[in-house]
Design a protein around this ligand. Structure first.
Ligand code: NAP
Ligand code: MG
Length: 530
């Protein structure tokens, strides 16, 4: 990240801390680059430690003393719906900005805006629907469970779905009554800052939502380690996820991690050929392959392997690559030069380890970080290109013979985010889906997902779930409340004292499992003692 003086010709964004639009304490800014043109789109503050400290103090104040955690769910739901409406109102403008800052096609950006709005609407509904419990307990007592917000939450998001990942964190966090500090990825913070504008517009109390820009290693790291932050929800790489988990361990923070994947897309010989081809292409080339749930390992059953690969390659060659703002283009650039170089490095590795390059393998000439849709065939699952997440438009195709072999290859990975199976045989589809060690699965489709359904991974793909009721649970503490209805002392240390009913209870009688005649079932506090 290069620090530069604020240019006058490009728009400058400020960050949103403690209800104010501010620059970094040290006034340093940096440039946001359009990956399709390499032009500077805007400048933003390069926030640092002191800015993060300020945000955490404001968040603490807003949670500990402010009105937001004390509102009713109905009030919070009304605010979330307003946010959803504002996102819809501004969808086109936000989508253009999303495309300009990170490259995805405008159509994809519009889908993201719609999904983001839906996420706020969904949690507005859930906020008022989710209740505590009353428990069946013995004796003259009542026991209940209430849900409470976790407190100060931090959301650290990646660059591939800036608005959507922010929505997946902000909506459930706010629905539950938390406050949140959002730290967007440094290459694409603009739409997150526009989201802050929306929260400012709908009139949230100060400090409830804050958006701070700056390097993950400084700002993100502070949020993950600060004892005043109660929870960190992170989406990004496994490497940084592990670091955040270690940082969070220092004060036993709640940590939610949505990490990477190398998800298997399994095509059986009896699949609908056309649907499976389309699903294989969408699985890897949607979003230029910069999608954590990408179907980056395509497993194809031997009898259709040659025909499938042949069709796949000719269809990949036809994908129109170019700037996402030109609506005739089907695949945009990679997000940054760094990401482009990562993809180039992996393609070299693949070639060196003997994977057969069937198409692609080059960046496009001219400005912008464009890379050809690329397919390696006859890949062995042990190769680095089959094991490591490339996060670009690079597919590896692996042949298989039996269902058993497909399952074994599919699960032979450190990841467990997603997976799909294509077949017309329902029982086979269900056997394979059940056997997949992954949190998100598809049958005869790839990628559709819903705010209503839990999103997250097995194994090193993450901890916890976003979205659905499960996603709301993550942002809540649960508290049990036990109420005595008798107004009598428990009596443990009342040796020899007269009881209200005139009976003396001996120590012996009060031991666990000795049913106490006066207090009924209280002794069961020690159910497991013997
Ligand atoms: P990344 O380097 O892990 O960054 C993700 C976020 O973490 C960014 O906001 C980043 O800030 C911040 N960060 C970096 N170092 C940090 C630290 N030491 N402490 C706290 N925060 C820190 O990931 P990326 O390279 O931007 O994104 C690509 C990766 O994200 C891929 O591996 C992909 O699989 C994963 N991903 C997963 C999902 C999912 O839902 N599971 C979704 C999208 C992406 P800076 O930008 O300032 O570095
Ligand atoms: Mg990074």
């Amino acid at each position: 990240m290069t620090a530069v003086a604020t240019a006058t010709s490009v728009k400058h964004y400020s960050m949103f801390i403690d209800g104010e639009w501010v620059d970094a304490d040290d006034r340093v800014t940096y440039e946001i680059v359009d990956p399709a043109t390499e032009e500077v789109v805007a400048t933003v503050p390069r926030g640092g430690r002191s800015d993060a400290e300020r945000a955490v103090r404001a968040a603490r104040e807003a949670f500990d003393k402010g009105p937001w955690p004390r509102t009713t769910a109905v009030e919070r739901a009304a605010v979330l719906r307003k946010v959803a409406d504002k996102i819809r109102e501004r969808a086109e403008e936000l989508a253009v900005l999303e495309t300009r800052q990170m490259g995805k096609t405008l159509a994809d950006s519009l889908v993201d805006m719609n999904d983001a709005a839906h996420t706020f609407d969904y949690y507005a509904g859930l906020a008022v629907e989710q209740h505590g419990q009353t428990l069946e307990v013995p004796g003259d007592s009542l026991s209940m469970v209430v849900r409470e917000p976790v407190g100060v939450t931090a959301g650290i998001t990646p660059w591939n779905f800036p608005v959507l990942m922010a929505a997946w964190k902000l909506a459930p966090s706010l629905a539950a009554g938390n406050v949140m500090i959002l730290k967007p990825a440094s290459v694409s913070p603009l739409t997150s800052l526009e989201m802050a504008r929306i929260f400012d517009d709908v009139g949230l109390p100060r400090g409830v939502v804050q958006v701070i820009t700056g390097p993950g290693g400084e700002v993100g790291d502070y949020l993950a380690s600060s004892p005043d932050v109660d929870m960190v929800a992170f989406t990004g790489s496994v490497e940084v996820g592990k670091h955040i988990m270690r940082q969070g361990a220092e004060n036993v923070k709640k940590v939610g991690l949505e990490l990477g994947g190398k998800s298997p897309n399994i095509v059986f010989a009896d699949a609908d050929f056309e649907a499976a081809i389309d699903g294989a292409l969408i699985g890897i080339f949607a979003g230029s392959g910069e999608v954590c749930s990408a179907g980056s390992r395509l497993l194809v059953q031997r009898p259709i392997y040659d025909r499938f690969v042949g069709e796949l390659v000719s269809r990949a060659l036809a994908i129109k690559v170019g700037p996402g703002l030109d609506e005739s283009n089907e695949m945009g650039p990679l997000v940054s030069r760094q990401q482009l170089e990562t993809v180039e490095r992996y393609v070299k590795i693949g070639v060196a380890e003997g994977a057969k390059l069937a198409t692609g393998g080059h960046r496009l000439e001219g400005p912008g970080f464009f890379y050809e849709p690329t397919i390696f065939v006859d890949v062995d699952n042990s190769m680095a290109v089959a094991q490591e997440e490339i996060f670009g438009p690079v597919l590896v195709v692996i042949p298989f013979d039996s269902e058993e072999q497909a399952i074994s290859i599919a699960n032979d990975t450190i990841y467990g985010l997603a997976g799909a199976v294509w077949t017309k045989d329902v029982t086979k589809a269900m056997r394979v889906v059940k056997a997949l060690r992954a949190g998100i699965t598809w049958v005869n489709t790839y990628h559709p997902t819903y705010s209503e359904a839990p999103w997250g991974g097995y194994k090193q793909s993450g901890v916890g779930r976003e979205l659905g009721t499960f996603g709301l649970d993550e942002y809540q503490e649960v508290k049990q409340i036990n109420i005595d209805l008798t107004d009598r002392p428990l009596g443990v240390y009342q040796h020899g004292k007269e009881k209200t009913d005139g009976k003396v209870v001996s120590l012996h009688e009060r031991r666990p499992f000795g049913r106490d005649e006066v207090k009924g079932a209280w002794v069961r506090f020690c159910q497991n003692c013997n």
